[in-house]
Design a protein around this ligand. Sequence first.
Ligand code: SF4
Length: 295
Amino acid sequence: MDFSGCSLCPRECKADRTKHNGFCGGGDKIKIARAALHFWEEPCISGKNGSGTVFFSGCQLKCCFCQNYKISEEAFGKEISTDRLSKIFLELQEKGAHNINLVSATPYLPLVINALDNINGRLHIPVVFNSGGYESVDTLKTLKGYIDIYLPDMKYLNPDIAEKYSSARDYPDVAKKALDEMFSQVGTPVFDNDGIMQRGMIIRHLALPNNLDDTYSVLKYISERFPDNSVLLSLMSQYTPCHKAFLHKEISRRISTLEYEKAVDYALSLGLKGFMQERSSAKEEYTPPFDLEGV
Ligand code: SF4
């Protein structure tokens, strides 16, 4: 893979990653911070055995409230070879993982594809692409046939908010096109006999305090864009201010019970189905320790 002049993601920063890291923090080698069973995804992803989650270092989004900022912004992690990544996938499978869950893998995707090719026929569990939704359609097309489950965010539909919190004014347009491409690849949800997802798309939306109007816009968009019951919604309540969120007074608190209930009621009124969390589920366990476990 030639990482000079990178345009893997919508930032298209054209960094020569053989010489220096790109806007996302990615260099020319795979870098990961943790590879372990994770029990805090949606129930059909984590199941009882856990999701085989690989946290990649760096990220093309710059969300001021990122809970994973140590790896996303500070790019904590260890560089590993493609062969090692293949072995990690197989090790997670052996531990009983219901799936391989690629978290923010975009900066390394050509190498991740190589790692999956290396073990073609030996990996028998679904591969999940867990993404902030800010993805280029051309790059997503290279994933066709490799990804069984897309787990993207749809964070915002208001460009001003996307600019303010994630330095990505084009996020709404980019995410709309990305989600269309993802859905075209995997189609409607398929589950095994134990209720574990095998194929399909779950769209996540993290409800932010004092931003209910944009949450409503996102939910309405999802309900109108995708046919009934063709995608699942995960409406997340666990927002906790951290990192640079305190620079913005309006998001310097958790969401209120009333705000979350209003969002859930609206989603249900639109006929959206999926996962609505108890608001009390905002716990630290959602952010695992980035301690190089399994690396
Ligand atoms: S993946 Fe990283 S290096 Fe490549 S275009 Fe995006 S931000 Fe730049």
